[in-house]
Design a protein around this ligand. Structure first.
Ligand SMILES: Cc1cc2nc3c(=O)[nH]c(=O)nc-3n(C[C@H](O)[C@H](O)[C@H](O)COP(=O)(O)OP(=O)(O)OC[C@H]3O[C@@H](n4cnc5c(N)ncnc54)[C@H](O)[C@@H]3O)c2cc1C
Length: 258
């Protein structure tokens, strides 16, 4: 089975994000990490590929930087990566990003595409469904368990009350919820091998896009304004005189937590 995994490189969430003051786009430094939510997709892909003698190719759209995020996913065991990186893509919204990734994936060929449900930096939660529409493949979303049998893919789709069983015939697009599997840690051997694995870098033109179709020019979505999150208020300290639990319970009730 030929598995494509969407692997987004994002600025390290442990450091404060910088926005460019003119367009409010996230400033993307050279050092970017693999979005944590995509580690689950990589893990599921590796498990499915191991069971079917398949291959796992990563697809990413972002400034390439030093490819640290992509190498993290290669070190887990993915076979190769295709990264679309081009100054012409600056300002591309979710739909343009989906169009770019769809064309790169189509060019490579696929049986299954796996993505996260929502990225950590953008959080739009729409790209995989756009990708499915563009690829003409069914979208199986919010998978918490995945089973592959011949040309059928079956999932447990997480719901507020439990799960639905959903199945589709391949090719298909799948989104996995964070926490569904334990992503493997790269071994030392994996880290060393990742340095030698093929990483193909493509431009928008390589995929047949005109400059007007991508980047800010091709995007309908833009950020009108941004507002800083209000500073957190100092908490209330309850001194324990042996009866502090009563006060804490009262405060929790006031906050409607209990
Ligand atoms: C106004 C605006 C400006 C932007 N400017 C830039 C820019 O200058 N440079 C740039 O590279 N991007 C840019 N983007 C694209 C952006 O970083 C996202 O990739 C895109 O909008 C998808 O949104 P999301 O991450 O919220 O998607 P979601 O729908 O939340 O993502 C769900 C899943 O889709 C996959 N996915 C999403 N994005 C990517 C990706 N890029 N590569 C691989 N997999 C992905 C991941 O598996 C992710 O978990 C811009 C977006 C907007 C709205």
């Amino acid at each position: 089975m030929k598995i494509a995994v969407c692997a987004k490189q994002i600025p390290d969430p442990a450091t404060p994000y910088e926005l460019d003051p003119e367009h409010h786009w996230v400033v993307r430094p050279d050092d970017q990490v693999l979005d944590d939510t995509d580690r689950y997709g990589v893990e599921i892909a590796l498990q499915l590929a191991e069971a079917s003698e398949g291959s796992v190719t990563l697809f990413s759209m972002s400034p390439a930087g030093n490819l640290q995020g992509i190498r993290q996913a290669l070190a887990m065991g993915a076979d190769k990566a295709v990264i679309v990186s081009d100054p012409a893509l600056k300002g591309s919204d979710a739909l343009v990003t989906a169009k770019v990734l769809a064309r790169a994936i189509e060019q490579e060929g696929f049986d299954l595409v796996i993505a996260g449900t929502e990225s950590t930096d953008g959080s739009a939660g729409v790209l995989p469904q756009q990708l499915a529409e563009l690829l003409g493949a069914p979208a199986l979303t919010f998978a918490k368990a995945v089973e592959h049998d011949g040309d059928t893919i079956r999932i447990h789709r997480q719901t507020p009350d439990g799960y639905d069983e959903v199945e589709a015939t391949l090719p298909a697009v799948l989104t996995v919820t964070a926490g569904v599997v334990e992503p493997r840690y790269p071994t030392f051997k994996g880290i060393m091998q990742a340095k030698q694995k093929p990483v193909e870098q493509l431009t928008a033109a390589d995929l047949g896009f005109d400059a007007a179709e991508v980047g800010a020019a091709g995007s309908a979505q833009y950020v009108r304004s941004v507002t800083p999150v209000p500073a957190r208020q100092a908490g209330e300290i309850v001194e324990d005189d042996g009866e502090a639990y009563r006060k804490i319970l009262e405060l929790l009730e006031q906050a409607k937590v209990v």
